[in-house]
Design a binder for this molecule. Structure first.
Ligand code: SIN
Length: 490
C-alpha cells in the first residue's frame, strides 16, 4: 500500500490462518490495483490448494470449541468487532474507495452499512431459538434445536468489499460456525483489514480464516473447499454461472448453499406515479457504486403518458452527475472496476444503438478522466432484443422502454431468468399490491429506490439464487434444526 495510507497497521499482505498472518505456501503474490489508474497499490498472497486445506484444518478444529461458546459471549465479541469497524469508518472508507473506486462518501457509507450487519448479527446471536413441540404420546418431550452447520466457505465479491464480508461472516460467527473466506481478487485489502479488526475484537484463532488468490488461482482454492466434506456450507455473492458451478461441485458433499447471484432488475414507472419521486428513486438505485450493484435497475419501463416528462427530468439529473476519482470530494461516479467491465458496458451500448436505441446522455468512455471511466448514460427506445435487456450491464447505463399497459409491463419485467430485485412507482394502492404480487423477484421496491437494510431479507429467486442475507432469515441460513425426542418421562 502506498506511503500516504491512513491505516497502515490494518494493511495486511498476508493470509490469516489459525490466528497467524502468513504468506501462501509457495510465497507467491499478486498485485492489487487502483481501478482508476491500473497502478498497483499493494500485494497479497496468491494462494493455492495447500493454503485452502490448512485454512479448513484450522476452521474445522476451531469449530469444536467455538460452537460451545455461549451465544452471549459470541455476541459480545461480534459487537466489539462492530465498534472497532465503526471507530475506523473514515480510514476504512478511504481504503474501500482506493481499491474499489467508489466515491469517498459511498466508501464511508459502506463501512456503516457493513457495521449494521455486524451489529445486527451480534444481537441475533442470542436469538437462535428453537421450539418445544407438544408431544402426542404421554411421557415424551419433543424439541427442535438450532445448531450451527459447521465450517462455512464465504466467497465474496468486489463491489461491496466490506459489506459482503460483514453480511456473510457476522451471521456465521453468530450461529457458532467457523469460516474460511476467499475475498474478491480486485478488493482483498478491505477484507483483510476487517479481519484484522475481528482479531482485535477477540475472535479466537481458527474461527475466521482468510485466503487471498488471484483470478487464475481462485478456482484451485474454491474447488478445494467445495470438494472438502468438512466444509458444510458455501455462501457466495457473484455471477450466476459461478453460482451454478458451486452448486454442482457441492453436490457430492451436499453442502448447504446461499447464492446471491446476478440480477436484471426492472424499474417501472406507471402513469399514476409521482414523477419527481420516481426520478429520485432511479438516481439512488441506478447510480449507487456507478451501477455496479446486483440490485440496481437494468431495464427501465415508463408508461406512455409520462414517458417524455420522466425522460426529460432524468436526462437533466444524469447529465449533471460528476464523474471522477474518489480523491475529488465532488465525485459521484467513480471508475469501473477494470477494463473487462468497461468493455462490457461499451458492448451493451453499441449493441443497443445498432438495434435502434437513441443515446440521450453519455454513451462513451471518458479517457480524459482515466481509462476506466464511462459517462452516465440514458438510452431511449430500448427493447427486449437488445443485449442490455437480457444481460446485467453492471455500469451507469439506463435503457428506457416505453410501455402501454400493466399486463404488458409485468410480462416484460418477468421475461428474464433472473429474479433478484424489482422496483415500481405508482400511487394506486390496488395496483401497488397487484404488481408487487406479480413480480417474480425476491425483493420489491415500491416508491423506493434504496432497499437494503440489515433487518430485511436480501436475496433472489430463479437464476438469482437462493438463501437470504440480513434479517432473522440470514441467521437461519447458518443453522440446521435438530429434533430431540425424550421418552420414558412418566
Ligand atoms: C450486491 O450488489 O451484491 C449487494 C448490494 C446491496 O447490498 O445493496
Amino acid at each position: 500500500m502506498d506511503q500516504d495510507c491512513t491505516l497502515p497497521e490494518l494493511i495486511r499482505n498476508a493470509n490469516y490462518i489459525d490466528g497467524v498472518w502468513k504468506p501462501s505456501a509457495d510465497s507467491r503474490y499478486f498485485n492489487v490495483t487502483d481501478p482508476a489508474t491500473g497502478v498497483a497499490i499493494g500485494q497479497v498472497p496468491d494462494s493455492g490448494v495447500v493454503d485452502a486445506r490448512i485454512a479448513v484444518d484450522a476452521a474445522y478444529a476451531a469449530f469444536a470449541s467455538w460452537r460451545k461458546v455461549p451465544a452471549k459471549a459470541r455476541a459480545q465479541i461480534i459487537k466489539r468487532w462492530n465498534d472497532l469497524v465503526l471507530s475506523r469508518t473514515d480510514e476504512l472508507g478511504e481504503l474501500i474507495s482506493r481499491e474499489q473506486g467508489k466515491p469517498l462518501a459511498e466508501g464511508k457509507g459502506e463501512v456503516v452499512y457493513a457495521a449494521s450487519y455486524i451489529e445486527w448479527f451480534g444481537e441475533e446471536a442470542t436469538r437462535a431459538n428453537g421450539d418445544v413441540i407438544p408431544a402426542a404420546v404421554p411421557g415424551r418431550r419433543m424439541f427442535a434445536i438450532k445448531e450451527p452447520v459447521g465450517v462455512v466457505a464465504a466467497i465474496t465479491p468486489w463491489n461491496f468489499p466490506a459489506a459482503m464480508i460483514a453480511r456473510k461472516i457476522a451471521p456465521a460467527l453468530a450461529a457458532g460456525c467457523t469460516v474460511v473466506c476467499k475475498p474478491a481478487e480486485d478488493t482483498p485489502l478491505t477484507s483483510l483489514a476487517l479481519v484484522a479488526l475481528a482479531e482485535q475484537a477477540g475472535v479466537p484463532r481458527g474461527v475466521i480464516n482468510i485466503v487471498t488468490a488471484s483470478r487464475e488461482s481462485t478456482p484451485e482454492v474454491v474447488d478445494a473447499w467445495l470438494d472438502d466434506p468438512r466444509v458444510r456450507k458455501v455462501t457466495f455473492t457473484g455471477s450466476t454461472p459461478v453460482g451454478k458451478h458451486l452448486a454442482r461441485r457441492s453436490a457430492d458433499t451436499l453442502k448447504k448453499l446461499s447464492l446471491e447471484l446476478g440480477g436484471n432488475a426492472p424499474f417501472i414507472v406507471f402513469e399514476d406515479a409521482d414523477i419527481e419521486a420516481a426520478v429520485e428513486g432511479l438516481m439512488v438505485s441506478k447510480f449507487r457504486n456507478a451501477g455496479q450493484t446486483c440490485v440496481c435497475p437494468n431495464r427501465v419501463f415508463v408508461q406512455a403518458a409520462v414517458h417524455d416528462a420522466f425522460v426529460n427530468k432524468l436526462a437533466e439529473r444524469v447529465g449533471a452527475l460528476k464523474v471522477g476519482p474518489f480523491t475529488d470530494a465532488m465525485s459521484q461516479i467513480g471508475p469501473m472496476i477494470n477494463e473487462r467491465a468497461i468493455e462490457k458496458i461499451e458492448r451493451h451500448v453499441m449493441d443497443a444503438v445498432s438495434r435502434g436505441a437513441k443515446v440521450l446522455v453519455g454513451g462513451r468512455r471518458l479517457p480524459s478522466i482515466g481509462p476506466t471511466y464511462y459517462a452516465p448514460t440514458v438510452l431511449t427506445k430500448a427493447n427486449a432484443t437488445m443485449t442490455c435487456s437480457s444481460e446485467e450491464t453492471f455500469g451507469p447505463v439506463v435503457p428506457i422502454t416505453r410501455f402501454e399497459t400493466e399486463d404488458e409491463v409485468i410480462a416484460a419485467a418477468n421475461d428474464t431468468p433472473f429474479g433478484l430485485a424489482a422496483y415500481f412507482f405508482s400511487q394506486d394502492v390496488r395496483r401497488i399490491w397487484r404488481v408487487a404480487d406479480a413480480l417474480e423477484t425476491g425483493i420489491v421496491g415500491v416508491n423506493e429506490g434504496a432497499l437494503a437494510a440489515e433487518a430485511a431479507p436480501f436475496g433472489g429467486v430463479k437464476d438469482s439464487g437462493y438463501g437470504r442475507e440480513g434479517s432473522v432469515h440470514g441467521l437461519d441460513d447458518f443453522l440446521h434444526v435438530k429434533y430431540v425426542c425424550q421418552g420414558q418421562l412418566n
